[in-house]
Each structure stands twice: as C-alpha cells, then as structure tokens.
Ligand binder design. Structure first.
Ligand SMILES: [Fe+2]
Ligand SMILES: [Fe+2]
Length: 310
C-alpha cells in the first residue's frame, strides 16, 4: 500500500482562497519578509572560494570533509520539501498572510543552503550523493515535518514550535559554535552566511507563536508542548543534527569519525566534547524561553552520552 495516500491530507479538502488577505497581520513576520528580500546572497559569487586551499589537506581529511558537507547538503535538502509543504498549510489554514510571504523566501534560503553545502563538498573534491551506510539514513533523512505539515490532525502551532523554536534553534546555536571554532576561512564564511538566514527562520517561529499561544485552549497548548518534547526526544536525541547522539552502531561510529577528521582539519565540524555543552545549554535556553514566553513546562531529558539530566 502506498502510505503517502493512506491518510487524508489537507489537500483532500476543497480550497477556499477568497477573500484574499494581503494586509499586514503580523508585523514582526512582515518585517522578517522584507529583511529577507534585502539579504539575498549567491553561493557561487558571495563566497571567496579561492581561499579554501584544498591542496593543503591530505586525502583522509578531504574525504571526511566531503562527507561532512555532503551530509549538510542532505539535511538542507530536506527543508526544500518541508518548507513548501508548510507553505501549503499556511494557505489552507488561512493563516496570517505574512507567513506565506515570508516562507516563499525561507524556501529559497533553504535551497541556497543546500547549494552552498553541495558546492563546498565539490570544492573539497566531490559531493557524495548518499550516506555511506543506509542504517544512518534514519537519523539524517527526515524529521517527519513534511508529512506533519499536510496532516490536518496535527496542529500547525505544534509543528512550528517543534521544527523552528526547538530544532532550528538548536541548529542555530550549534552554527554559532561552529563559526567560533572553524579556522578555514571558506568553511567559516559558508557557516556564517547560512547563520545569517537562520536567525530569521528562528525569529519567525517565535513571532508566530507569540501571536497564536494566547488564542489556544489548554488541550492545544498541551499539543504544542508534546510536539516539542517529541522533536527533542525522537529527532534531536536520535542524532538528527549531531552524529554522537545517534544510536551506537557501525554507521553512526563512521559518521562520528567523519566529524572528528573534518574538525581536525578545521573544515567545519565539531566533536562530542566540544558540542555537548553547547547542546545542553541550547536545550536549557529553549526550555526557559518556552516557559517565560508561553508558560509551557518542557521536562528534563536524559541521554546515555550526557551524564546528568539536562
Ligand atoms: Fe537551512
Ligand atoms: Fe532554516
């Protein structure tokens, strides 16, 4: 059976577009849209690719860095389908129009991130089209947002809180950390350009929920909380962004070694020891912010690689 068609999606409901609203209904998100249109960049010409000097690295480190940047490209590629799926949802739910406008650019930005990571892998000697081991695909391939976005049973508030205010927020904190520790100027510049876009992606999520949370009833608020917890437990703590968090097997050990070699070369990755405090702090910041802004209590988490509950 084709699972893609086995559940009703928002596409099964008749489309009701009119009356069309295009006025400003969330000023903060409208500003993010205008900022985004002014901040466009070109991976081909806005990165000083000649500073990469791939000839200075040995074969093993280059191979690892190619794998690392290829994996980054796969992750960004996931957003190329997730982002327009959310866009369809915004229209079908008749969300404030600012969201749909912003997401046209957000989709472009995720496409640009995929392209710049692909170009980086190519510049290092060649992009890899797929993971070395299929066992690892479960961790890197998807966080299920595309399906959730089209499922009318799953609340949009929960999806955005989980995807943006949790997952993208963690990614943002790790990017900041990577920029601090990456010596190669091209790798650092690529990371910095992606981060420049991600700051808006994160701000979008908080601006949306700031408007929506006061309108939700207790059950809906609990749905948002549960979606965030699921994202952290089932996706982040399963190694979606960080290979050392993935279940221990040959495939994830290979990815950890890829990261270590890439970090050792200074070409853009980090290690378990360096990233762990960043990750733990990021979760604590998210918990505090969700409590202060929305009054939601996110529980403590545990993971075999992290000594104390966090
Ligand atoms: Fe991205
Ligand atoms: Fe993003």
């Amino acid at each position: 059976m084709n699972t893609a068609t086995s559940f009703p999606t928002i596409l099964d409901a008749p489309e009701a577009r009119f009356p069309l609203r295009l006025g400003i209904e969330n000023r903060r998100i409208r500003e993010l849209f205008h900022n985004a249109t002014r901040q466009q960049w070109n991976p081909a010409t806005d990165i000083d690719w000649s500073d990469l000097h791939s000839e200075r690295y040995d074969e093993a480190h280059l191979e690892a860095a190619r794998m690392y940047w290829s994996r980054r490209a796969w992750g960004e590629y996931g957003a190329i389908s997730e982002s327009p799926a959310l866009q369809i949802r915004f229209c079908s739910d008749r969300c404030v129009p600012d969201m749909a406008l912003f997401f046209t650019i957000r989709s472009q930005e995720e496409a640009r991130h995929a392209e710049v990571c692909y170009r980086m892998a190519e510049a290092l000697g060649g992009y890899f089209e797929e993971p070395a081991a299929t066992a690892y695909q479960g961790s890197v391939a998807t966080h299920g947002i595309r399906r959730m976005a089209l499922d009318p049973e799953i609340s949009l508030e929960g999806t955005i809180a989980a995807l943006v205010c949790a997952a993208e927020e963690i990614a943002f904190d790790v990017f900041k950390h990577l920029i601090e520790i990456t010596p190669n100027p091209v790798a650092r510049q690529v990371l910095r350009m992606i981060l420049r876009d991600e700051v808006r992606h994160c701000a979008f999520g908080w601006a949306y929920l700031e408007q929506r949370m006061p309108q939700l009833d207790e059950a809906q608020r609990e749905g948002v909380r549960a979606a965030v917890v699921t994202m952290i437990e089932k996706v982040e703590l399963n190694g979606y962004h960080s290979s050392w968090l993935a279940p221990d097997n040959a495939a994830s050990r290979h990815e950890v070694e890829v990261d270590r070699l890439t970090w050792e070369a200074g070409l853009g990755a980090t290690t378990e020891d360096l990233e762990k405090p960043v990750f733990v702090r990021s979760i604590a910041d998210i918990r505090r912010r969700m409590h202060d802004a929305w009054g939601l209590d996110i529980p403590m988490f545990t993971h075999r690689k992290i000594a104390a509950p966090f």
